[in-house]
Design a protein around this ligand. Structure first.
Ligand SMILES: C[S@@+](CC[C@H](N)C(=O)[O-])C[C@H]1O[C@@H](n2cnc3c(N)ncnc32)[C@H](O)[C@@H]1O
Ligand code: SF4
Ligand code: SF4
Length: 411
């Protein structure tokens, strides 16, 4: 058993309600979401995961990231791209109150707090404090730039997990993320967090690294497990990029267009995938043998490492990397669980899972009204029949050869 798994057992003893949260996540992922998609005509049970984007602003501009491709000037029509629209803290607090009282059993969904860079949202600490008052389980995703100064706060609040992005050894990380000295800064933050966690004899936060795989760090993937071990973190995830091609975007925007939006009475920001607002993978045919070899080596290293090592999306096998990166028509299962299991709230309060679809706004509707409202049910029904071309390399799909569990959408 890995040290992280032992720690999870101790954490479950300390905070037993986490068991319900984790079990429901697993259940919704494997069975519940598929059942709702199949039987419930667009309706869905309460989300088991809440993805919160406190801000779209960021202090970095990483090569592979879509976030910094959007701005107030270029995407004026996308309400959450305008920092002036960021929610006041009272709206977020009200939202957390609603989420906390949704289930009568005291159940809490998992909160993933992300951005942009969430820690630069002016009311970041108040948000975390309110969420912890309600005993939500929290994973904070951060680029680590502000980690050192937040160490005591994160431990005081007993934030459950902190996931820090590191895309390679020093030179590669600084270059991909466009900031000299960044690796050293993040390293200092992680050391401080780990040391204070030990001094205060705290189990949390569980510290994870995420390394997003791109052309620029392909040759150095194998150095990441030793780096993570040296940093003393609990786990590392190797994250394959999500991306689009010009063809998928053109074909997508032709299908999810004004006529469809009007016919189905859906509010969609058009074009659904904006030109210049997406990432095109740089992994080419010649890169594949190296990538496959790296992943196989990492898998072998994992067996000897004390760390938990995982691969995203959904533990994709190395044999499927070739079609994932090079064959956009490969018949991966046409399944989306996301709309049935997770809710995503943007910085302006818009509830939008993806593709520019707007289900409502938490400024003027309750989250329950939005979650099973007419618009969300309609959009779910469309996706249940057939996913869109723009779903092609979404991180929420399963990249497996066969569907083991869950009910496939029609082809
Ligand atoms: C969008 S960032 C937001 C949180 C924070 N700013 C950070 O960098 O960790 C969340 C994660 O998405 C990853 N990411 C960025 N672009 C991606 C892409 N095209 N495909 C998959 N993951 C990506 C980042 O590396 C980061 O780990
Ligand atoms: S730090 Fe995070 S949000 Fe900012 S550009 Fe990089 S990956 Fe994107
Ligand atoms: S982009 Fe497609 S696959 Fe991804 S969450 Fe949206 S509907 Fe699901």
């Amino acid at each position: 058993m890995k040290p992280l798994h032992k720690k999870m057992i101790r954490l479950a003893i300390q905070r037993p309600r986490i068991i319900q949260t984790l079990l429901r996540l697993a259940y919704r992922q494997k069975i519940g979401a598929g059942f709702d998609r199949w039987r419930r005509n667009g309706k869905s049970s309460m989300p088991c995961e809440v993805k919160i984007h406190l801000t779209r602003r960021c202090n970095l501009s990483c090569t592979m990231c879509n976030q910094h491709r959007h701005s107030k000037d270029t995407d004026q029509h996308i309400p959450w791209c305008n920092p002036d629209n960021e929610l006041p803290i009272d709206v977020w607090k009200n939202f957390l109150d609603q989420m906390a009282s949704w289930s009568s059993t005291g159940y809490r969904p998992w909160l993933d707090i992300s951005g942009g860079e969430p820690t630069i949202y002016p009311h970041f600490k108040e948000f975390i404090n309110h969420a912890r008052k309600h005993k939500f389980f929290i994973n904070l995703l951060t680029n680590g730039t502000t980690l050192e100064k937040n160490v005591s706060f994160l431990i005081d609040q007993a934030v459950d997990a902190v996931t820090i992005s590191i895309d390679g050894p020093e030179k590669h990380h600084d270059s991909i993320r466009g900031m000299q000295g960044l690796f050293k800064r993040v390293e200092k933050g992680i050391q401080a967090l780990r040391e204070e966690r030990e001094q205060r004899n705290s189990l949390t936060p569980i510290i994870s690294l995420t390394c997003t795989i791109s052309q620029a760090n392909l040759a150095v993937q194998e150095q990441m497990i030793p780096i993570a071990e040296e940093l003393g973190v609990d786990s590392i995830v190797f994250n394959n990029t999500t991306f689009q091609s010009q063809e998928t975007v053109t074909s997508h925007n032709r299908i999810l267009n004004k006529e469809l939006a009007e016919r189905e009475n859906l509010q969609i920001i058009l074009p659904s995938i904006p030109e210049g607002g997406y990432y095109k993978s740089e992994i080419r045919k010649d890169d594949l043998p190296n990538l496959v070899q790296s992943i196989n080596t990492l898998n072998a290293m994992e067996k000897k490492s004390p760390l938990r090592v995982a691969f995203a999306p959904f533990s994709m096998k190395s044999s499927l990397l070739k079609p994932y990166y090079l064959d956009m028509s490969y018949p991966f299962p046409n399944i989306c669980d996301f709309l049935w299991k997770s809710i995503r709230i943007h910085p302006d309060g818009t509830v939008s899972p993806c593709l520019g679809f707007m289900a409502g706004n938490i400024r003027n509707k309750t989250v329950k009204e939005i979650w099973n409202g007419a618009a969300y049910c309609k959009f779910r029904s469309l996706v249940a029949k057939k996913i869109f071309p723009g779903c092609v390399r979404c991180c929420q799909r399963r990249y497996t050869e066969k569907v083991k569990l869950g009910i496939s959408n029609q082809d």
